[in-house]
Design a protein around this ligand. Structure first.
Ligand code: NAD
Length: 378
């Protein structure tokens, strides 16, 4: 594998949950980093990286060629990051996860960027309730036909981005399983993180429908390392390819048990609250052998290690205000949209110190079409 020191990488969505950890990893590997982000979750999570990165507070739908200048690679993590937010604003989902993602790739190619990694999702394999009876380990060739808006938008983007591959441009898509672990931009709306949050806040882990469903999972640091590997490996091997990315597949019930044991060892009393009612639920498993073979992807962090680290870091950073909406993407988007509606009237909340926004660009936060949003937020 080729190391590429001091290449500049543009990370779209680099101030998010995966982004903050990835930026640290890139800097540690000697890359210089430009982050382009709307900063929905603020900038503070970039922490000590802040004074070492170039930060562009821009909307990924409004890129211009200067944003790509001097970059050898682009990693696109921007947009809506789960089912509830995609369903909350289908228009924004299409604009960000499909249209803007394609545009980022097209503009990267025009700007002579050599490589692009697009954050897709393993939920593309999810065929919806009722299909889990097949219970097969799915590789990248497995036929996909997602039903949910989020997965559909990611697949549509993949299908336009990967054919842009050429001798000078190597686009890659990562179908990531659900990520877990601590990030300075913390999310408690991801299954393992939710278990830890529930344990710390109420001493209980809630498991629904017996927890028999499978989920592919990966620690956030392992995910970050995989992105860095994708920049360093031979472009001939990866151009135009999809890679599944998961450290393993776990039944939710097993995860809950493992979380309980780990937390108990750390002195956190936890009971399992298992709902044994029966309902068909989504369930899917993937294999990451292609990434192991071609990217040298080799996950290092176990669920147990990740939970231990998470508990320590949550306490160290004081992220114990567990009910704050910023930790839950859908809750936070609703808050922002409601705030945008209020601010749009006067251009400020309490004092007029901040410059009033240009009326033409307001008030939509996630979606820019304000008339389509009225009455939906909050
Ligand atoms: N976290 C997971 O479990 C997971 C799993 C599979 C795939 N993914 C994908 O990985 C990527 C990163 O996920 P994450 O968990 O870090 O999500 P996140 O929501 O924490 O981060 C997304 C970032 O994109 C930024 N953003 C949103 N809209 C923007 C816009 N219009 N212009 C510029 N920036 C914008 C946000 O401010 C945020 O910083 C996403 O594409 C997600 O779909 C995540």
């Amino acid at each position: 594998m080729r190391e590429v020191p001091m290449k500049k990488v543009l990370v779209v969505g680099g101030a998010g949950y995966v982004g903050c950890v990835l930026v640290e990893e890139l800097l540690a590997k000697g890359y210089s980093v430009r982050v382009l982000d709307r900063l929905f979750f603020g900038r503070d999570a970039l922490g000590s990286s802040l004074d070492r990165v170039e930060l562009l507070t821009e909307d990924m739908r409004e890129l211009d060629p200067s944003h790509f200048e001097g970059c050898g690679a682009v990693i696109n993590l921007g947009g809506l990051s789960n089912d509830p937010t995609a369903e909350f604003d289908p228009r924004a989902n299409e604009e960000l996860n499909t249209d803007a993602a394609i545009r980022v790739a097209e503009m990267a190619r025009q700007a002579d960027v050599e490589r692009l990694v697009f954050a897709s999702s393993a939920s593309i394999y999810d065929q919806g309730v009722g299909q889990e009876a097949e219970d097969v380990l799915m590789d990248e060739e497995y036929p996909v036909d997602p039903k949910a808006a989020y997965a559909t938008s990611k697949l549509a983007a993949e299908r336009r981005i990967l054919p842009l591959a050429g001798p000078e441009f190597a686009p890659v898509a990562f179908r990531m399983g659900t990520v877990f672990g601590f990030s300075p931009r913390m999310r408690y709306d991801l299954v393992v993180n939710t278990f830890v949050k529930d344990a710390l806040s109420e001493g209980r882990i809630h498991v629904f429908y017996g927890g028999s469903m499978w989920r592919p999972l990966i620690d956030v640091k392992d995910a970050a390392r995989a992105y860095v590997n994708a920049l360093a490996c031979d472009p001939q091997l990866v151009r135009g390819q999809v890679f599944n990315l998961a450290a393993g597949n776990f039944r939710v019930s097993e995860l809950a048990l493992r979380a309980q044991r780990t937390l108990q060892k750390l002195g956190v009393p936890v009971e399992l609250d298992i709902d044994y009612s029966y309902r068909l639920v989504r369930s899917y498993r993937i294999t990451s052998q292609r990434a192991q073979r071609m990217l040298g992807f080799s996950p290092r962090v176990t669920v147990e290690e990740s939970i231990e680290h998470m508990v320590a870091e949550i306490r160290r950073h004081g992220y114990t205000d567990f009910s704050h909406p910023r930790y839950y993407n859908i809750e936070w988007m609703k808050v922002l949209e409601e705030a945008a509606q209020i601010v749009s009237r006067h251009g400020y909340v309490l004092s007029q110190l901040v410059e009033a926004p240009e009326p033409a660009r307001q008030p939509g936060v996630v979606s820019r079409i304000s008339s389509a949003r009225t009455g939906r937020a909050g």
